[in-house]
Design a protein around this ligand. Structure first.
Ligand code: SAH
Length: 251
């Protein structure tokens, strides 16, 4: 498929962790490194497509800062996030992939001044991903992950809501609380992570297309911190590289 290009400027590919970015950096042609706002930005081409690679750092504020820098300093036309997340949807297992169709901040609560989860002064609660980018990412997951398995399981590609917050969620009880509260407001999250909704909000303000794809590294339960480092080192790097390689071929 070919993406309807409704933005000029290079494609930004954001990750939170160096391991998630490593495979992409290896493939970057004409790599040029710039230090800005305490971060490294890598300009170049992937399969001939102009891109800027950056690490968001961890958490919502850090990710928002990086997104603004990508837009203001590097003139990117659209942003894609590739990283890992905790699976909280019933059938979202480690080694699966979630393409975010919407993003909500699970730790945002300015009630009673504004409805719970609503971003003050925007009237928005769930930020909707760019439809063309979502379709391109779904196609890239199918193509890029074809033939791959993790722990004997063929990765399932889900699409749905991603909930972001400034917490590494690693407890069954905490996960239950977060999911229950979201559900009682009509939101059913598939994955939790720490950056997506922040980048989505920046892209909303600037009118830029955004979508994220997250490989599930853990189940946000009591063993999440044990599963996480090994998975990121061994699996997330490969998934991110393969999905992004397939994505840039379709753009
Ligand atoms: N151990 C890492 C820190 C990882 S923080 C280090 O030392 O660098 C977790 C990162 O993975 C964040 O970028 C977040 O978006 C994602 N993530 C994966 N599983 C998560 C979970 N259960 N809860 C929240 N974020 C999670």
């Amino acid at each position: 498929m070919s993406l309807q290009v409704h933005a000029s400027g290079p494609l930004a590919i954001l990750s939170a962790l160096a391991e998630e970015q490593a495979g992409l950096l290896e493939q970057l042609q004409g790599a040029e490194r710039t230090l800005h706002a305490g971060r490294e930005f890598w300009q170049g081409q992937l399969d001939g497509l102009p891109v800027v690679l950056a690490l968001s750092r961890i958490g919502k504020v850090a990710a928002a800062t990086t997104a603004v820098a990508l837009i203001e300093r590097f003139g990117v036309g659209q942003i894609v996030f590739t990283g890992v997340a905790g699976g909280v949807g019933a059938d979202v297992q480690v080694g699966d992939v979630v393409v975010g169709t919407g993003y909500v901040q699970h730790d945002l609560d300015a009630s009673p001044l504004f409805p719970r989860y609503q971003i003050p002064l925007t009237g928005q609660t769930v930020l909707v991903a760019d439809g063309s980018l979502v379709q391109a990412l779904l196609a890239a997951c199918d193509a890029g992950l074809h033939g791959l398995q993790h722990a004997g399981r063929v990765p399932v590609v889900h699409q749905g809501l991603i909930a972001s917050g400034d917490r590494f969620v690693n407890g069954a009880e905490e996960t239950r609380r977060i999911v229950q509260a979201l559900r009682s407001h009509g939101h059913a999250p598939m994955a939790v992570e720490m950056e997506g909704a922040a980048v989505a909000q920046v892209c909303l303000d600037y009118g830029l297309p955004f979508a994220a794809v997250r490989t599930i590294s853990d189940r946000a339960d009591d063993t999440a911190h044990v599963d996480f480092p090994v998975f990121v080192r061994d699996v997330a790097r490969v998934f991110a590289q393969r999905i992004m390689a397939a994505l840039v071929r379709t753009l």
